[in-house]
Design a protein around this ligand. Structure first.
Ligand code: AMP
Length: 396
Protein backbone atom coordinates (compact mmCIF):
# COMPACT_ATOMS: atom_id res chain seq x y z
CA UNK A 1 0.00 0.00 0.00
CA UNK A 2 1.35 3.45 -0.82
CA UNK A 3 0.81 6.65 1.14
CA UNK A 4 -0.69 8.25 -1.95
CA UNK A 5 -3.39 5.55 -2.23
CA UNK A 6 -4.38 5.58 1.41
CA UNK A 7 -7.07 7.90 2.79
CA UNK A 8 -6.18 8.98 6.33
CA UNK A 9 -9.58 10.49 7.14
CA UNK A 10 -10.31 9.87 10.82
CA UNK A 11 -7.06 7.88 11.25
CA UNK A 12 -4.07 8.47 13.49
CA UNK A 13 -0.83 8.04 11.56
CA UNK A 14 2.20 7.13 13.66
CA UNK A 15 5.14 8.44 11.65
CA UNK A 16 8.79 7.51 12.32
CA UNK A 17 10.65 10.60 11.18
CA UNK A 18 14.34 11.47 11.35
CA UNK A 19 14.40 14.66 13.42
CA UNK A 20 17.98 14.06 14.51
CA UNK A 21 18.84 17.67 13.67
CA UNK A 22 21.82 19.73 14.85
CA UNK A 23 21.19 22.16 17.71
CA UNK A 24 23.22 25.34 18.04
CA UNK A 25 24.97 25.17 21.43
CA UNK A 26 24.69 28.90 22.13
CA UNK A 27 21.15 29.69 20.95
CA UNK A 28 19.71 26.18 21.51
CA UNK A 29 17.93 26.57 18.17
CA UNK A 30 17.90 24.10 15.30
CA UNK A 31 20.87 25.11 13.13
CA UNK A 32 19.85 23.09 10.06
CA UNK A 33 16.17 22.17 9.66
CA UNK A 34 16.59 20.19 6.40
CA UNK A 35 15.46 16.91 7.94
CA UNK A 36 12.34 18.53 9.39
CA UNK A 37 11.45 20.22 6.10
CA UNK A 38 11.87 16.97 4.20
CA UNK A 39 9.31 15.24 6.44
CA UNK A 40 6.62 17.87 5.89
CA UNK A 41 5.00 16.46 2.69
CA UNK A 42 4.19 13.17 4.43
CA UNK A 43 2.72 14.92 7.49
CA UNK A 44 0.72 17.29 5.31
CA UNK A 45 -0.77 14.45 3.26
CA UNK A 46 -2.18 12.84 6.42
CA UNK A 47 -3.55 16.15 7.71
CA UNK A 48 -5.01 17.12 4.33
CA UNK A 49 -6.96 13.83 4.25
CA UNK A 50 -8.46 14.66 7.65
CA UNK A 51 -6.20 12.48 9.78
CA UNK A 52 -4.03 13.21 12.82
CA UNK A 53 -0.31 12.59 13.29
CA UNK A 54 1.94 11.23 16.02
CA UNK A 55 5.61 11.92 15.27
CA UNK A 56 8.40 9.85 16.77
CA UNK A 57 12.16 10.24 16.36
CA UNK A 58 15.50 9.87 18.03
CA UNK A 59 18.02 12.63 18.57
CA UNK A 60 21.72 12.14 19.21
CA UNK A 61 23.13 9.37 21.35
CA UNK A 62 21.68 9.64 24.86
CA UNK A 63 22.84 7.03 27.34
CA UNK A 64 19.48 5.23 27.47
CA UNK A 65 17.93 7.80 29.79
CA UNK A 66 16.56 11.35 29.50
CA UNK A 67 19.23 13.99 28.84
CA UNK A 68 18.24 17.61 28.40
CA UNK A 69 20.67 18.21 25.53
CA UNK A 70 18.99 15.49 23.48
CA UNK A 71 15.41 16.53 24.22
CA UNK A 72 13.17 16.96 21.19
CA UNK A 73 11.53 19.81 23.11
CA UNK A 74 14.27 21.94 21.52
CA UNK A 75 12.88 21.44 18.03
CA UNK A 76 9.18 22.21 18.68
CA UNK A 77 9.30 25.78 17.35
CA UNK A 78 11.22 24.64 14.28
CA UNK A 79 8.59 21.97 13.52
CA UNK A 80 5.85 24.57 14.09
CA UNK A 81 7.54 26.89 11.60
CA UNK A 82 8.07 24.25 8.94
CA UNK A 83 4.56 22.84 9.29
CA UNK A 84 2.77 26.15 9.73
CA UNK A 85 0.76 24.85 12.68
CA UNK A 86 1.27 24.43 16.43
CA UNK A 87 2.15 20.89 17.45
CA UNK A 88 1.68 19.21 20.83
CA UNK A 89 4.57 17.63 22.71
CA UNK A 90 4.84 14.98 25.39
CA UNK A 91 7.99 14.48 27.43
CA UNK A 92 7.87 10.68 27.62
CA UNK A 93 7.12 8.58 24.55
CA UNK A 94 5.27 5.77 26.37
CA UNK A 95 3.84 7.44 29.50
CA UNK A 96 0.11 7.17 30.24
CA UNK A 97 -0.11 10.90 29.49
CA UNK A 98 1.33 10.26 26.02
CA UNK A 99 -1.33 7.63 25.27
CA UNK A 100 -4.07 9.89 26.56
CA UNK A 101 -2.86 12.67 24.30
CA UNK A 102 -2.47 10.50 21.22
CA UNK A 103 -5.83 8.78 21.63
CA UNK A 104 -7.59 12.15 21.95
CA UNK A 105 -5.96 13.77 18.92
CA UNK A 106 -8.45 15.48 16.65
CA UNK A 107 -8.25 15.56 12.89
CA UNK A 108 -5.57 18.08 11.85
CA UNK A 109 -3.61 17.77 15.13
CA UNK A 110 0.01 16.70 15.50
CA UNK A 111 1.72 15.26 18.59
CA UNK A 112 5.51 14.92 18.88
CA UNK A 113 6.83 12.26 21.27
CA UNK A 114 10.01 12.78 23.28
CA UNK A 115 13.28 11.18 22.10
CA UNK A 116 12.78 7.42 21.66
CA UNK A 117 16.37 6.70 22.68
CA UNK A 118 15.64 7.80 26.24
CA UNK A 119 14.53 4.16 26.49
CA UNK A 120 17.12 1.40 25.96
CA UNK A 121 14.44 -0.69 24.22
CA UNK A 122 14.64 1.54 21.14
CA UNK A 123 18.14 0.62 20.02
CA UNK A 124 17.80 -2.93 21.31
CA UNK A 125 14.82 -3.44 19.02
CA UNK A 126 12.79 -4.52 22.05
CA UNK A 127 9.47 -6.12 21.12
CA UNK A 128 7.53 -4.88 24.17
CA UNK A 129 8.75 -1.32 23.69
CA UNK A 130 7.76 -1.49 20.01
CA UNK A 131 4.32 -2.85 20.94
CA UNK A 132 3.76 0.03 23.37
CA UNK A 133 4.79 2.59 20.75
CA UNK A 134 2.45 0.98 18.23
CA UNK A 135 -0.54 1.95 20.42
CA UNK A 136 -0.03 5.54 19.33
CA UNK A 137 -1.36 4.96 15.83
CA UNK A 138 -3.84 3.18 13.56
CA UNK A 139 -1.41 3.28 10.66
CA UNK A 140 2.41 3.17 10.69
CA UNK A 141 4.47 5.25 8.28
CA UNK A 142 8.24 4.94 8.10
CA UNK A 143 9.79 8.11 6.70
CA UNK A 144 13.18 7.94 8.42
CA UNK A 145 15.62 6.81 5.74
CA UNK A 146 18.68 7.72 7.81
CA UNK A 147 17.87 4.96 10.32
CA UNK A 148 16.40 2.43 7.89
CA UNK A 149 19.56 0.30 8.14
CA UNK A 150 18.98 -0.21 11.87
CA UNK A 151 16.64 -2.86 13.27
CA UNK A 152 15.46 -0.60 16.08
CA UNK A 153 12.07 -0.79 17.80
CA UNK A 154 10.58 2.23 16.03
CA UNK A 155 12.15 1.64 12.62
CA UNK A 156 11.63 -2.08 12.13
CA UNK A 157 10.11 -4.13 14.97
CA UNK A 158 7.07 -1.88 15.26
CA UNK A 159 5.93 -2.79 11.73
CA UNK A 160 4.95 -6.25 13.04
CA UNK A 161 2.12 -4.58 14.95
CA UNK A 162 0.69 -3.10 11.76
CA UNK A 163 0.36 -6.17 9.54
CA UNK A 164 -2.01 -4.38 7.16
CA UNK A 165 -1.57 -0.67 7.60
CA UNK A 166 2.11 0.10 7.16
CA UNK A 167 3.71 2.15 4.42
CA UNK A 168 6.61 4.39 3.45
CA UNK A 169 6.41 8.16 3.64
CA UNK A 170 7.25 10.28 0.60
CA UNK A 171 10.85 10.82 1.70
CA UNK A 172 11.73 7.12 1.83
CA UNK A 173 9.76 6.49 -1.36
CA UNK A 174 11.96 9.07 -3.11
CA UNK A 175 15.16 7.54 -1.79
CA UNK A 176 14.11 4.10 -3.02
CA UNK A 177 13.01 5.43 -6.41
CA UNK A 178 16.32 7.27 -6.89
CA UNK A 179 18.50 4.27 -6.14
CA UNK A 180 16.30 2.09 -8.35
CA UNK A 181 16.59 4.61 -11.14
CA UNK A 182 20.36 4.63 -10.86
CA UNK A 183 20.90 0.89 -10.55
CA UNK A 184 18.14 -0.37 -12.84
CA UNK A 185 18.36 2.20 -15.61
CA UNK A 186 19.71 1.13 -18.97
CA UNK A 187 21.02 4.64 -19.65
CA UNK A 188 24.76 4.87 -20.26
CA UNK A 189 27.39 5.84 -19.38
CA UNK A 190 26.98 5.45 -15.63
CA UNK A 191 29.74 7.17 -13.68
CA UNK A 192 30.49 6.69 -10.01
CA UNK A 193 32.61 9.34 -8.32
CA UNK A 194 34.04 8.04 -5.08
CA UNK A 195 36.18 10.13 -2.76
CA UNK A 196 36.57 10.80 0.94
CA UNK A 197 39.23 9.82 3.37
CA UNK A 198 39.76 6.11 3.23
CA UNK A 199 39.72 3.13 0.90
CA UNK A 200 38.72 0.90 3.81
CA UNK A 201 35.32 2.56 4.31
CA UNK A 202 34.47 2.56 0.58
CA UNK A 203 35.86 -0.77 -0.52
CA UNK A 204 32.55 -2.67 -0.31
CA UNK A 205 30.62 -0.09 -2.26
CA UNK A 206 33.32 0.16 -4.93
CA UNK A 207 33.47 -3.57 -5.45
CA UNK A 208 29.66 -3.69 -5.83
CA UNK A 209 29.53 -0.69 -8.16
CA UNK A 210 32.24 -2.02 -10.41
CA UNK A 211 29.72 -4.54 -11.75
CA UNK A 212 27.45 -1.76 -12.86
CA UNK A 213 29.37 1.38 -13.77
CA UNK A 214 31.14 2.42 -16.98
CA UNK A 215 33.44 4.96 -15.33
CA UNK A 216 34.85 5.04 -11.82
CA UNK A 217 36.39 8.33 -10.74
CA UNK A 218 38.51 8.02 -7.62
CA UNK A 219 39.51 11.13 -5.67
CA UNK A 220 40.03 12.29 -2.10
CA UNK A 221 42.41 10.74 0.39
CA UNK A 222 41.77 7.23 -0.87
CA UNK A 223 43.33 7.99 -4.27
CA UNK A 224 46.84 8.01 -2.74
CA UNK A 225 46.56 4.38 -1.66
CA UNK A 226 45.75 3.48 -5.28
CA UNK A 227 48.66 5.57 -6.57
CA UNK A 228 51.10 4.05 -4.09
CA UNK A 229 49.85 0.54 -4.88
CA UNK A 230 50.66 1.25 -8.54
CA UNK A 231 54.22 2.19 -7.62
CA UNK A 232 53.92 5.97 -7.19
CA UNK A 233 55.63 8.02 -4.50
CA UNK A 234 52.94 9.80 -2.49
CA UNK A 235 55.11 11.41 0.19
CA UNK A 236 53.22 11.93 3.44
CA UNK A 237 49.73 11.65 1.93
CA UNK A 238 47.04 9.63 3.68
CA UNK A 239 47.81 5.97 3.02
CA UNK A 240 46.33 2.66 4.07
CA UNK A 241 49.11 0.19 3.41
CA UNK A 242 46.85 -2.71 4.41
CA UNK A 243 44.47 -1.83 1.61
CA UNK A 244 46.90 -1.54 -1.28
CA UNK A 245 46.00 -5.12 -2.19
CA UNK A 246 42.33 -4.15 -2.35
CA UNK A 247 43.21 -1.20 -4.57
CA UNK A 248 45.06 -3.47 -7.00
CA UNK A 249 42.18 -5.97 -6.96
CA UNK A 250 39.76 -3.18 -7.87
CA UNK A 251 42.00 -2.09 -10.74
CA UNK A 252 42.16 -5.69 -12.04
CA UNK A 253 38.43 -6.17 -11.63
CA UNK A 254 37.77 -2.95 -13.51
CA UNK A 255 40.00 -4.12 -16.36
CA UNK A 256 38.21 -7.45 -16.60
CA UNK A 257 34.79 -5.76 -16.66
CA UNK A 258 35.75 -3.00 -19.09
CA UNK A 259 35.25 -0.28 -16.48
CA UNK A 260 37.41 2.80 -16.95
CA UNK A 261 39.08 3.92 -13.72
CA UNK A 262 40.10 7.58 -13.54
CA UNK A 263 42.68 8.42 -10.91
CA UNK A 264 43.96 11.95 -10.35
CA UNK A 265 47.18 12.76 -12.23
CA UNK A 266 48.08 15.99 -10.47
CA UNK A 267 47.48 17.10 -6.92
CA UNK A 268 47.73 20.10 -4.60
CA UNK A 269 50.35 19.23 -2.02
CA UNK A 270 50.90 20.87 1.35
CA UNK A 271 53.70 20.77 3.89
CA UNK A 272 51.24 20.37 6.76
CA UNK A 273 47.57 19.50 7.27
CA UNK A 274 46.48 23.10 7.58
CA UNK A 275 44.75 25.84 5.63
CA UNK A 276 47.84 27.95 6.29
CA UNK A 277 50.28 25.37 4.89
CA UNK A 278 52.67 26.08 2.02
CA UNK A 279 51.13 24.57 -1.10
CA UNK A 280 52.22 23.66 -4.62
CA UNK A 281 51.06 21.51 -7.52
CA UNK A 282 52.67 18.11 -7.99
CA UNK A 283 52.46 15.08 -10.24
CA UNK A 284 50.52 12.64 -8.06
CA UNK A 285 53.05 9.85 -8.61
CA UNK A 286 55.98 11.98 -7.49
CA UNK A 287 55.13 13.76 -4.23
CA UNK A 288 58.24 14.76 -2.24
CA UNK A 289 58.68 13.39 1.27
CA UNK A 290 57.29 15.74 3.91
CA UNK A 291 54.47 16.85 1.59
CA UNK A 292 50.93 15.49 1.40
CA UNK A 293 48.24 15.60 -1.30
CA UNK A 294 45.13 17.36 -0.03
CA UNK A 295 43.19 18.11 -3.24
CA UNK A 296 43.11 17.23 -6.92
CA UNK A 297 44.60 19.81 -9.28
CA UNK A 298 43.71 21.38 -12.67
CA UNK A 299 44.46 18.51 -15.10
CA UNK A 300 42.62 15.97 -12.97
CA UNK A 301 39.71 18.37 -12.55
CA UNK A 302 39.50 18.76 -16.35
CA UNK A 303 39.60 15.02 -16.98
CA UNK A 304 36.97 14.35 -14.32
CA UNK A 305 34.75 17.16 -15.62
CA UNK A 306 34.86 15.70 -19.14
CA UNK A 307 33.82 12.27 -17.89
CA UNK A 308 31.02 13.77 -15.81
CA UNK A 309 29.74 15.92 -18.69
CA UNK A 310 29.50 12.87 -20.95
CA UNK A 311 27.60 10.77 -18.35
CA UNK A 312 23.89 10.02 -18.30
CA UNK A 313 23.80 8.63 -14.76
CA UNK A 314 26.02 9.92 -11.96
CA UNK A 315 26.54 8.73 -8.42
CA UNK A 316 28.74 10.81 -6.16
CA UNK A 317 30.01 9.76 -2.76
CA UNK A 318 32.84 11.51 -0.97
CA UNK A 319 34.81 14.76 -1.53
CA UNK A 320 37.85 15.11 -3.82
CA UNK A 321 39.97 16.76 -1.16
CA UNK A 322 39.93 18.37 2.27
CA UNK A 323 37.10 20.66 1.17
CA UNK A 324 36.51 21.94 4.70
CA UNK A 325 39.68 24.05 4.25
CA UNK A 326 39.51 26.80 1.60
CA UNK A 327 42.96 25.99 0.28
CA UNK A 328 41.85 22.46 -0.68
CA UNK A 329 38.23 22.88 -1.72
CA UNK A 330 38.54 23.63 -5.44
CA UNK A 331 38.53 19.99 -6.61
CA UNK A 332 35.34 19.25 -4.71
CA UNK A 333 33.56 22.46 -5.74
CA UNK A 334 34.52 21.90 -9.41
CA UNK A 335 33.12 18.37 -9.31
CA UNK A 336 29.94 19.61 -7.62
CA UNK A 337 29.50 22.21 -10.37
CA UNK A 338 30.19 19.63 -13.10
CA UNK A 339 27.57 17.28 -11.63
CA UNK A 340 25.04 20.15 -11.53
CA UNK A 341 25.85 21.06 -15.17
CA UNK A 342 25.49 17.46 -16.33
CA UNK A 343 22.13 17.31 -14.54
CA UNK A 344 21.01 20.45 -16.32
CA UNK A 345 21.90 18.73 -19.58
CA UNK A 346 19.68 15.78 -18.79
CA UNK A 347 21.76 13.41 -16.66
CA UNK A 348 20.31 11.82 -13.52
CA UNK A 349 22.53 12.50 -10.50
CA UNK A 350 22.41 11.02 -7.03
CA UNK A 351 24.51 12.45 -4.23
CA UNK A 352 24.63 9.79 -1.59
CA UNK A 353 26.26 9.35 1.74
CA UNK A 354 29.00 11.05 3.67
CA UNK A 355 30.54 14.40 3.08
CA UNK A 356 29.56 14.85 -0.56
CA UNK A 357 26.11 15.82 0.74
CA UNK A 358 27.74 18.45 2.99
CA UNK A 359 29.77 19.59 -0.03
CA UNK A 360 26.81 19.96 -2.37
CA UNK A 361 25.02 21.96 0.34
CA UNK A 362 28.12 24.09 0.95
CA UNK A 363 28.11 25.14 -2.71
CA UNK A 364 24.31 25.68 -2.70
CA UNK A 365 23.82 23.17 -5.50
CA UNK A 366 21.50 20.71 -3.79
CA UNK A 367 18.53 21.84 -5.89
CA UNK A 368 20.55 21.47 -9.09
CA UNK A 369 21.14 17.73 -8.81
CA UNK A 370 18.49 15.03 -9.15
CA UNK A 371 18.57 13.56 -5.67
CA UNK A 372 20.46 14.28 -2.45
CA UNK A 373 20.13 11.40 -0.04
CA UNK A 374 19.23 11.99 3.61
CA UNK A 375 20.85 8.76 4.76
CA UNK A 376 24.62 8.42 4.95
CA UNK A 377 25.20 4.86 6.11
CA UNK A 378 21.73 3.79 5.01
CA UNK A 379 22.32 5.00 1.46
CA UNK A 380 25.67 3.25 1.20
CA UNK A 381 24.23 -0.05 2.41
CA UNK A 382 21.27 0.35 0.07
CA UNK A 383 23.56 0.98 -2.90
CA UNK A 384 25.62 -2.04 -1.91
CA UNK A 385 22.44 -4.06 -2.41
CA UNK A 386 21.93 -4.90 1.27
CA UNK A 387 18.40 -5.43 2.53
CA UNK A 388 17.69 -2.58 4.95
CA UNK A 389 15.62 -3.85 7.89
CA UNK A 390 13.48 -0.69 8.03
CA UNK A 391 12.54 -1.08 4.37
CA UNK A 392 12.10 -4.83 4.51
CA UNK A 393 9.73 -4.46 7.49
CA UNK A 394 7.34 -2.40 5.38
CA UNK A 395 7.60 -4.53 2.23
CA UNK A 396 7.25 -7.96 3.84
P1 AMP B 1 34.30 10.28 4.01
O1 AMP B 1 33.47 10.53 5.24
O2 AMP B 1 34.98 8.97 3.96
O3 AMP B 1 33.55 10.63 2.74
O4 AMP B 1 35.55 11.28 4.12
C1 AMP B 1 35.39 12.65 4.12
C2 AMP B 1 36.64 13.30 4.63
O5 AMP B 1 37.74 12.97 3.82
C3 AMP B 1 36.54 14.80 4.63
O6 AMP B 1 36.51 15.27 5.96
C4 AMP B 1 37.78 15.25 3.91
O7 AMP B 1 38.44 16.33 4.55
C5 AMP B 1 38.66 14.02 3.93
N1 AMP B 1 39.63 14.01 2.84
C6 AMP B 1 39.39 14.18 1.53
N2 AMP B 1 40.52 14.17 0.83
C7 AMP B 1 41.53 14.01 1.69
C8 AMP B 1 42.94 13.93 1.58
N3 AMP B 1 43.54 14.03 0.40
N4 AMP B 1 43.66 13.73 2.70
C9 AMP B 1 43.05 13.63 3.89
N5 AMP B 1 41.73 13.71 4.07
C10 AMP B 1 40.96 13.89 2.99
Amino acid sequence: MTIQEYNFKGKRALIRVDFNVPIDKATKNVSDDTRIRLAIPTIKKVLADGGSVVLMSHMGRPKNCPEEKFSLKQIISSVNNCLGTQIKFVDDCISSESFELSSNLKSGEVLLLENLRFYPGEKKGDNQFAEKLSKHGDVFINDAFGTAHRAHASTTIIANFFPKYKMFGFLIENEIKSVDKLLKSELKPLTAIVGGAKVSSKITIISKLINKVDHLIIGGGMAYTFVKALGGNVGNSLIEDDHMVDALEIIDLAKSKGVKIHLPTDTIIADKFSNAANVKVSDITNIPDGWMGLDISENSIKTFENVIHSSKLILWNGPMGVFEMDAFQKGTSSIAIAVAEATKNGAFSLIGGGDSVAAINKYNLSDQVSHVSTGGGAMLEFLEGKVLPGIDAILN
